[in-house]
Design a binder for this molecule. Sequence first.
Ligand code: SF4
Length: 289
Amino acid sequence: MKKVDYIKSGQCLNVFGLKHPLFKVSASLNPYVGCIHGCLYCPFSGGEKIGVKTDYIHLLEKKLGEEKEKMHLALGSITEPYMEIEKELNLTHHTIEIVMKNEFPIQIFTKSDLILRDMDLLKEYSAKGLLAVSVSFTTFDSKLSQMLEPDVTPVDLRVKLLQELKNQDIFCGMVLSPIIPYVNDSKKSIEEIFDRAKKNGAEYVVPQVMAITNDNVRKKINDFVSKKYKKIEQEFNEAYKENTLPDAEYAKKINGILFELSEKYEMPLYLPTEEEEILNIDIRQEMLK
Ligand code: SF4
């Protein structure tokens, strides 16, 4: 286990300026700071320590108890809420209990099957129509997955996780994230995601193209492309240049594939709610914060 840093953060809820158009969430909850998993593309990975917010539970109880507007919350938008340390500290578990007590709608983002530990809570809250669980997938190519995200729950176990959520009547879907231009974005590769989603109980597939948000991620991803995907290095670099997101031409191309597959598999590219269907998506959304 990595070293733990106990910190007083003074903050429990991050309210967004605008509701995220695809995930439909307006605020995020992250009980931990940093992530032990070393996903290559992730700006929050690979720190030496995990931060544990000692005042978080107390602040959250107070904040949600006082808050009048029932914002749609995202749990685990920055760091994995079901890291190993959660077995011991239960901060994610207590977060769900507090959210339930105050009846806020919530979407939980995870790559970990440790979430099954909280099945009783999830079943109860999903039955009220206030919960969605979004399980993240990058690729079903196990060799590529091993290179990109070596420490997380393997993809076959994440598929089993989706099946189990579905079997227990828990509303769930997939997050296809990140789409890395020319690496995991072939139509064949993306179609496999939709096909598995459909067959294993997902109600939606929300895609996110890779955002390169800092120099550290840029270096890691550039090294990876240069060593493992030399053939596409030029196209990759031309798509991003020095920007955070790939250019509009790339967005148009990938949007075409996503819309086609969304229609074919009858799988929305956003969290389905009572709100209007989304017809114009620029897939280059910034990551949730
Ligand atoms: S599990 Fe999630 S938060 Fe952790 S490194 Fe991977 S992508 Fe980042």
